[in-house]
Every structure is written in C-alpha cells, then in structure tokens.
Design a protein around this ligand. Structure first.
Ligand SMILES: [Zn+2]
Length: 267
C-alpha cells in the first residue's frame, strides 16, 4: 500500500472516530436531558410513593452539611408526604466551629423543609468530628438506640460502607448503625434501612448525566427537579463556614445534588 493510501486511511479513520465521538456525546447528553425532563415532570413514578407516604423517615449523618451535600434529593422529595428527621452524629467541630455548625444545620434543614424540632445533633466527646480518632462504638450504639427507640422511625437512611466521599466518619456511622440495628432485640417492627449508594469517582461529578446509569441499577432513586436543585444550593449556602471553593464545585457538578440512589438492607 502506498504512503498516500496509508495517510488517506488514517485521515478517514481519524475523522470517522471524531465524528462518532462528537455525535455520541451529543446523543448521550440529549438522552440524559430527555430522561431528566420526563422524570422531573413526574411522568414516571419511581415506585417509591407507595412505600414513602405518611411515614416517619430518619436520616442519620456524620456532619452538618452532609444532609444537603449528599442527601438533599431524597430529603426534598420525602419531606412533601412524610415526617423527615435528621440525626447528625457530630457537631462538625474539627476546626472548632461546632457551635456555628449546629446553627447552620438547623438553617439548612429549614430550607429543605425540615423543622428544627426534627433535627438532633449529638455533641459527645466519645464520637468527635475527626477522621483520625476512633469512636467509642458502644457509646454511639447506645445513643443511636435511645434516639431510634424514642422516635420509632419507619425508615432510616444513611451512608453505605464507602461513605460517598470515603470519610471515615461517614463509614463509621453506617457500620455502627447497621450493626446496632442487626443486633437490636427491641420488640415491634424494625425500621427499614436504606443506604445511599456510593458511585465511582468518574460518576460523582457529572450531575444529571449519570441518570441512565443510576436508573439501570433499578435502585430506589430520587431525582431533584430544577427548583429542588436550587433549593439544595440554598441549603448549602446556609453552611457558611463550609463554603469553600471545592464545595462550590460540588454544589455545581455533583451528581448527589441531583440524584440519590439507595440500596435496601436486610436486618
Ligand atoms: Zn461529612
């Protein structure tokens, strides 16, 4: 084959690949946009309204700001027809800002439609906001058990064992809570536990473009409408002490500001 023919074939291949790539990306964005519009217009009910209506839902997190950075699509949808409560295991006092952050979570919850009497923040030196300090697991289990026995939630939402961002406190909350619920000998029906799915890093910052992959897994899925996304951003704005550049990027690009997928756990 002559040099001319080789170069021509290379050029054709390059243009073909470039064309496929460009139109492939365009098509994918168009499909995601269509899916997003259909889902947020409520044309498709993601089978959750029947199970989440008139229930008591408890969200257990590790730090003030977890509720809106990671769980706001679920909170905003559930708070319409359920009584949603938040239990935050630490005050977020790593930089000595615990007092301010307790106020911030109340303000954030208010924006998300949760009254302040439904928000509890543990302030205990046995489980501090510190990724390098091991928690007193037994003490945390006792505190969680006391709160859950008093509240009697129908559903509990929390992190999975990867903790979304991999923060050791997120992972510890999930592990301690699961262990406690499994070992619980409390009489009466146990709450149903759902864990927020941690997706790969490549999927974490593509916002609504993760929709096809999220829906394919057939997990319990919440998708925020555009107005709910704005509401989540306003809630995040309440966390003034945490509003640094990388969290601003999170607010703009994170899939968790738009989509939540949950995995049920057998207890
Ligand atoms: Zn956190």
């Amino acid at each position: 084959m002559s040099m001319f023919m080789t170069n021509l074939l290379w050029l054709l291949n390059y243009h073909t690949l470039s064309w496929i790539l460009q139109y492939g990306v365009f098509l994918y964005v168009a499909v995601c946009s269509g899916l997003y519009i259909i889902l947020t217009l409520k044309a498709i009910d993601l089978y959750k309204r029947n199970i989440f209506a008139g229930r008591k839902v408890l969200l257990v997190t590790a730090h003030p700001d977890d509720e809106c950075m990671f769980f706001s699509p679920a909170i905003l949808e559930l708070s319409h027809s359920n009584s949603v409560h938040i239990l935050c295991v630490t005050t977020g006092n790593y930089y000595g800002l615990g007092t301010e952050r307790k106020k911030e979570i109340l303000e954030s919850a208010k924006v998300l439609g949760i009254p302040k009497q439904n928000v509890e923040v543990f302030d205990d030196s046995c489980f501090l906001d510190d990724p390098h300090q091991a928690w007193d697991v037994r003490k945390l289990q006792q505190s969680l058990m006391a709160h859950i026995e008093q509240l009697q939630p129908d559903y509990i939402l929390t992190f999975d064992d990867k903790g979304v961002s991999g923060h050791p406190n997120h992972i510890a909350v999930s592990q301690v809570l699961r262990q406690m619920l499994k070992e619980s000998r409390a009489t009466g029906p146990k709450p149903r536990l759902y864990l927020l799915e941690t997706v790969s890093l490549a999927r974490q910052y593509i916002s609504f473009l993760d929709l096809p992959l999220s829906l394919l897994t057939k997990k319990l899925t919440f998708v925020s409408s555009f107005s709910n996304i704005i509401c989540s951003q306003r809630a995040m704005y309440a966390h003034q002490t945490q509003f640094v550049w990388f969290r601003i990027l999170h607010v703009i690009f994170s899939r968790y500001m738009v989509i939540n997928t949950f995995v049920p756990v057998e207890l």
